[in-house]
Ligand binder design. Structure first.
Ligand SMILES: [Zn+2]
Length: 245
């Protein structure tokens, strides 16, 4: 009762505001009703790459691209499609250091990956190179992995992977160029090798685009003896939201 009264008072003095517009949300949440309804959740994604699957896949779980060439990692889950609402949440986090959306983003990620989190021994965030970390001051993948770990009760190995080579931004590059850009850029931190060996790791990142970065990370983890590597991201980029494969 006292808690409910305190929450009512808090809402009166500090009403919840939309993370996107800063206006009072009106429902005590971090997004107003129209923003929430515009979020495209990945309700049914490809088991291997998390691309949303269209209805004609029937009972199939893997998209045509993965059936042709399975990824280096084992399975992937994404909470939302990278679009309208999810884009400003990610850009705000990545370039503005805005942590306000983290609880909601992490919550959606946990919902999307319940089955994978159950079998996960370690959550490992995709690392930034030291120079970029110093420049930015934080790693958004770590920021996402922390509340996911807390919420799911999964252990977190923040520095399991090292980005040993500074790479150019992946933006504006083709799939092949992205692959070459990150080839050999990651390795398992020697001090964490024994801990991760024979375990099931779920890599955490903000966005999954062509998958070159997580593929390079997964390759490094498997080379170090990790048994299984899953991928969990907040948003999945699809070429056309209205025409997923
Ligand atoms: Zn797929």
């Amino acid at each position: 009762m006292a808690k409910a009264r305190a929450m009512f008072a808090a809402e009166f003095f500090w009403p919840a505001r939309s993370l996107l517009t800063g206006e009072i949300s009106g429902n005590g949440g971090l997004l107003n009703a129209s923003e929430f309804s515009a979020v495209t959740f990945v309700d049914r994604g490809c088991r291997l790459c998390a691309r949303p699957l269209r209805d004609y896949y029937g009972a199939e779980t893997d998209c045509v691209l993965c059936q042709g060439k399975p990824p280096v990692w084992d399975q992937a889950r994404a909470a939302v499609v990278y679009y309208q609402i999810s884009r400003p949440l990610i850009l705000g986090l990545k370039y503005g250091g805005q942590r306000g959306a983290l609880p909601i983003m992490a919550n959606w990620m946990v919902q999307a990956a319940r089955d994978l989190l159950v079998e996960t021994d370690w959550l490992v965030p995709v690392p930034l190179h030291y120079t970029r970390l110093v420049k930015r001051g934080f790693n958004q993948a770590v920021w996402l992995a922390q509340p996911v770990a807390t919420s799911a009760g999964t252990k977190l190995c923040i520095d399991g992977l090292v980005r040993s080579r500074a790479t150019a931004s992946q933006g504006g590059k083709t799939g092949k160029q992205r692959q070459q850009n990150v080839a050999g850029a990651f390795h398992v931190r020697p001090a964490k090798r024994r801990r991760l060996q024979r375990s099931v790791v779920t890599l955490v990142d903000d966005v999954l685009t062509t998958g070159s970065t997580v593929a390079a990370c997964a390759g490094a983890l498997k080379k170090a003896g990790v048994r299984k590597v899953n991928v969990l991201v907040f948003a999945r980029v699809v070429t056309d939201k209205h025409n997923p494969i």
